[in-house]
Each structure stands twice: as C-alpha cells, then as structure tokens.
Design a protein. Structure first.
Length: 96
C-alpha cells in the first residue's frame, strides 16, 4: 500500500510518460494483463490509456488491471491510469 507522499512522488515521475497500452472495445483480457505485467517488471511505472469505445467504466478497468497485475494504482486522471509495481530485477525507482 502506497502512502500519500509516495503516490505524489510517483505522479510526478509519471507526468512525462506516454501511455504504452490502450484498453479498447474488447476491455481487459488475459493477454493484456500478461503484457502489462511484463512491462511493469521492466519499467515499474506505466500509463494505460482508455479509449472512448471502451464499454467498461474507467474505475472497473483500473480495478481489473490492479487485481490482474498485482500492481498499485497510483492515479486515474481522465482516461489515463497510472500503475506502479516494484520490480524484482530492474529496480530503479526509490520511493520516499
């Protein structure tokens, strides 16, 4: 569980990132969760964009990604979700 200070730090780190995944009409599936988990292991902090044609609510998508990838939800802003998961091999981000 992240503290408020840690979330604020991660939000500042994620500000310059571009979304590397998009959730569209198909919603969240097993393949997407697997790819996002692999990306989190390498990058630790990623943004996921939710397209307008996505039938699910953004909070539902965020919860599905958090549960599937075992990551921490940093922020949902607009149609963008920021996820963080500490990497076991490629640890670069040091939380305050």
């Amino acid at each position: 569980m992240l503290t408020g200070k840690q979330k604020r730090f991660l939000r500042s780190q994620a500000h310059h990132l571009n979304p590397i995944f998009q959730v569209g009409k198909g919603g969240v599936n097993e393949n997407m969760i697997k790819q996002i988990s692999e990306a989190l292991e390498v990058r630790e902090l990623i943004k996921v964009s939710i397209l307008q044609n996505c039938e699910e609510d953004k909070d539902t998508v965020a919860n599905a990604l958090v549960e599937g990838t075992d990551a921490e939800l940093v922020q949902v802003i607009g149609n963008t979700i920021v996820l963080y998961k500490e990497s076991s091999e490629h640890k670069e981000i040091i939380l305050p």
